[in-house]
Design a binder for this molecule. Structure first.
Ligand code: CU
Length: 284
């Protein structure tokens, strides 16, 4: 499927999901002649394209009539720098109206291209609409930065690249394994069953410490937060937390759009500290 068809499918999906009101309020500018890619006429993609278009985000720097603009995408290795960025509309005006989603108006994910490092940050917005966050990248290499937010109840994930000059020691993706240890020493077991491409699957994470189940604390309005990135293009998957599970168990629903490998970054909170743990998931 070519890109315009995909975008058209995406627009169709949005129309279905959020109704005419959201479209009228949010995509008016994009409908102007010469507007962004979102101005592609909706409907040409057909309904068959809609689910996949909705599942995969974060491949574009511009989508749904808005664009991510990073002030300076070059960072120095090992230095804490201020990353500054804005979301602009198709006329270049800075956007300042964001919905609160998972308790925040902006979620910023930074992952190295080899999926070897992951950070989840919550920038602050200044009065002029510029978002700022301290960011330290310890290693050289190419990084993907995702701005994950919602406007007019429409979730949007925009992404671009960051660079850290120097010799990069990139790693192959770790082999799939059912257990992993968080950065703070919690053991996590992933039960994903046998996910099938294009079908919704449940992902259940069981957290223990020293062999005992851990009752996680709320984090960003849920039991945990999960980011799933596809190996190869770092497509950003939409993931929903499910209802509160058993003690020590954190559940999500996600649809892996294609076969291939994905890296899952789970974050949860216990004793006031956020833990991060990563898994490789294969989808056959
Ligand atoms: Cu966040």
């Amino acid at each position: 499927m070519n890109a315009p068809a995909k975008l058209a499918g995406f627009a169709t999906a949005l129309a279905v999901l959020f109704g005419a009101g959201a479209i009228a309020g949010g995509v008016t500018d994009a409908d102007a002649p010469g507007g962004s890619a979102a101005a592609e006429p909706a409907g040409h993609g057909g309904m068959g394209d809609a689910p996949q278009a909705d599942m995969v985000r974060g491949l574009s720097v511009a989508d749904s009539g808005v664009r991510l603009v990073v002030d300076d995408a070059d960072l120095r290795r090992g230095k804490t720098e201020q990353l500054r960025f804005r979301i602009v509309d198709d006329r270049g005006r800075t956007v300042r109206d964001f919905d609160v989603e998972h308790t925040k108006r902006m979620h910023l994910i930074v992952a190295r291209r080899d999926l070897g490092t992951f950070q989840h940050l919550h920038p602050r917005m200044g009065a002029d609409g510029t978002w700022t966050t301290p960011l330290r990248l310890a290693d050289a290499g190419s990084y993907r930065v995702f701005a994950d937010f919602s406007r007019d109840e429409r979730p949007i994930t925009l992404a671009t690249d960051l660079r850290v000059d120097g010799n990069a020691a990139l790693e192959p993706l770790p082999a799939p394994a059912p257990t992993a240890t968080s950065d703070g020493g919690y053991d996590v077991r992933l039960d994903a069953g046998t996910p099938r491409a294009g079908r919704e699957s449940e992902l259940r994470f069981d957290v223990t410490r020293n062999g005992r189940p851990v009752a996680v604390e709320p984090y960003l309005g849920a039991d945990g937060h999960l980011v799933a990135l596809r190996d190869g293009d770092l497509a950003f998957l939409h993931v929903h937390p499910t209802d509160h599970g058993d003690r020590g168990s954190i559940g999500f629903e996600s649809t892996f759009p294609t076969t291939g490998r994905y890296r899952l970054f789970l974050q949860f909170k216990h004793e006031g500290r956020v833990q991060t743990v990563a898994f490789t998931q294969e989808v056959k």
